[in-house]
Design a protein around this ligand. Structure first.
Ligand code: SF4
Length: 451
């Protein structure tokens, strides 16, 4: 399952059955260029071992100084390239993206069911790929992992792995994943990974009335029994768009979030005194919806699942406070004229707004924070990563100042394009202002540079 917040992977579906891995970039004067490798060539084997993707290439070349590459040239010729390299010397090659494996589940809460029918095809990709889990922290359910993949994780140390557990009660897990109990049972597979020293981070998508209350408690304690092999469990709320009409699903309300916090706090205390870590961490959304304070920095340890929206707000708040102190120390001008608009998701905007208000009061900046409603997905979708270009344009009358900042998660990871296909340049042209897509760290850097 791809994180809700990202759409990081565009599959090269046309390459799905081709052998080897395609070279997409050769740096000038690199080892690759010296070997006359070109874009469009495919590396089929390294030292006689099959290469399926760039992870294989990385693994099979690691530590090797004498290499024989079998290459299928773009022209169709087959080459055998022998090379020697200094230890750790880079090849200067860029490769095609990994084509994700698709899942065979029918999760009742699958985000694909919440897409408008005309959404871009990449939003319908039900990826379930242990390689992407290792590379980008995407979650898998391990329900259809093959023997070959399991062996590969262990052999290539594709650790950590991010696993959507949802419930350790098998009836509930099977129900949630829309599969039979036998497939839902991943205990043997999980044990094999853990026994091999693969670190696992677990996730629970919390669905009211389905895997909450006692089921949630059991899940947390079952997983915590494997600590430190299972490092943490992130508990994130179900998100429903206006297109989710499945009667089995109940929307997450502020009241529900408050109940969850009240249930989890004593469990965290209990686990903390036993394990030295809170282990079960609630997603930021749960605190924001509940109207409760985000926990302190120490609550999150080393932020094991921050990319899943667990501790992101705390991390930013602390970073922002540090920035304010730094500006004070450096004597940042109190008559600063920086004026601009920061767009954010509706849940985070009030939190960010308070921080920016303090900055304005202290330094004389005229920054405003504007919440962006999600008109594309509707429902209770309030995270920044699912906002679209249309959402910004609909808010154009609220733009003030000389520049606009939007959350970087709104863009595709490798292209300045949004979920609805609108390009950043287009948005900038319509608004008549520079639009910067920034993460929270880059936002502070940008504000500093405007001084
Ligand atoms: S069906 Fe389940 S596992 Fe598959 S993509 Fe959807 S949510 Fe993820």
């Amino acid at each position: 399952m791809t994180r809700m917040y990202e759409f990081a992977v565009t599959p090269a579906v046309t390459n799905i059955r081709r052998r080897g891995v395609e070279i997409c970039e050769v740096a000038p004067d690199s080892l690759g260029a010296e070997m006359d490798l070109e874009t469009g060539d495919r590396i089929i084997k390294v030292n006689g071992r099959v290469v399926r993707d760039y992870l294989d290439f990385r693994f099979q070349t690691a530590g090797e100084t004498e290499l024989v590459l079998e290459v299928r040239k773009k022209s169709g010729e087959d080459w055998e390239v022998e090379l020697e390299r200094a230890e750790g010397e880079d090849f200067g090659l860029g490769f095609e993206q990994i084509v994700p494996r698709q899942c065979a589940n029918e999760c009742i809460f699958c985000f694909c069911n919440g897409n408008p029918a005309d959404a871009r095809p990449s939003l319908f990709i039900k990826d379930e790929d242990v390689r992407l889990s290792f590379l980008y922290g995407n979650y898998t359910t391990l329900t259809s992992i093959t023997e070959d993949e399991t062996r590969r994780i262990v052999e290539q140390r594709l650790s950590p792995q991010y696993v959507s557990v949802h419930a350790t009660d098998l009836d509930v897990r099977a129900y949630m994943l829309g599969i039979d109990k036998q497939r839902a049972d991943i205990s043997t597979k999980l044990a094999r990974l853990l026994d091999a020293g693969i670190e696992v981070h677990a996730q629970v998508v919390l669905c009211p009335g389905i895997n909450d209350k006692e089921i949630l408690k059991k899940t947390i304690f079952d997983l915590a029994a494997e600590y430190p092999r299972i490092t943490s469990v992130a508990i994130v709320p179900l998100g429903l768009t206006r297109y989710n009409t499945d009667a089995r699903l109940t929307r997450v309300t502020p009241e529900f979030c408050r109940e969850v916090i009240d249930q989890i706090v004593p469990i965290q205390e209990q686990l903390h005194s036993k394990l030295g870590t809170n282990f079960a961490l609630l997603g930021d959304e749960i605190y924001l919806r509940a109207g409760r304070r985000i926990p302190a920095r120490s609550h999150y340890g080393d932020y094991p699942q921050i990319e899943d929206g667990v501790g992101m707000v705390r991390s930013f708040a602390n970073e922002f406070a540090a920035l304010m102190r730094r500006l004070e120390r450096e004597g940042w001008s109190s008559a600063n004229n920086t004026a601009g608009t920061i767009f954010s998701g509706t849940l985070f905007a009030p939190v960010l707004g308070k921080m920016i208000d303090k900055m304005n009061a202290r330094f004389g900046t005229r920054m405003i924070v504007e919440p962006l409603e999600n008109s594309y997905f509707g429902g209770d979708v309030s995270v920044a990563g699912l906002l679209t270009g249309q959402d910004i344009l609909q808010a154009r009358e609220r733009v003030a100042g000389e520049f606009v900042c939007i959350p970087k998660q709104m863009l595709k990871s490798d292209e300045a394009i949004m979920l609805d296909g609108m390009k950043l340049t287009e948005v900038s042209r319509v608004l008549g202002q520079p639009v910067h897509a920034v993460n929270l760290h880059e936002l502070t850097t940008l504000l500093l540079s405007k001084n």
